[in-house]
Unconditional design. Structure first.
Length: 160
């Protein structure tokens, strides 16, 4: 069952890359008492994710924060080293919090997991975006067809 607007996010532990190496970070640390824009992608470095989804959030970083957002985060079912490399490569390091959901625990817990085994990618996340206020989902956008149609930064800006 996919999480719905009005529901609390589960307190799942992610990994993120820091200057001191990989670090665990809980959902509570990320979302408690904060307004967060979270978007999910099927895979770091994949074409649509790198060329169409992430760039909108980087380009609109300041416009999103000005609307009262504390953190912009991206999550993917990738390991922390891949997410750390993607942060450096994309120029998003220090602007966006890159969260590794290595085993898909978060994707499964919120019902946004996607079996892409037929494409050789295994378990991944659906492409989505959400606004989370103090751990509660206040807006949710899940893509139903390929591309970035509903989950991009422009839609989030309209919802803030």
């Amino acid at each position: 069952m996919t999480i719905s607007v009005g529901e609390k996010l589960p307190d799942v532990t992610f990994k993120t890359m820091t200057a001191d190496g990989a670090k665990d970070i809980t959902g509570k640390e990320i979302f408690a008492g904060k307004k967060v824009v979270l978007f999910g992608v099927p895979g770091a470095f994949t074409p649509t994710c790198s060329n169409n989804h992430l760039p909108g959030y980087l380009e609109n970083h300041d416009a999103i924060l000005v609307r009262g957002v504390d953190t912009i985060a991206v999550v993917s079912v990738n390991d922390v080293h891949v997410m750390g490399a993607w942060a450096r490569f994309s120029g998003g390091e220090g602007k966006i919090l890159y969260l590794a959901d290595g085993s898909g625990d978060f994707a499964k817990a919120v019902g946004l997991d996607n079996d892409l085994s037929a494409a050789g990618m295994g378990l991944r996340s659906k492409r989505f975006s959400m606004i989370v206020d103090d751990g509660k989902v206040v807006a949710l956008n899940v893509e139903t067809k390929p591309g970035v149609n509903e989950s991009g930064a422009a839609k989030i800006l309209d919802q803030l």
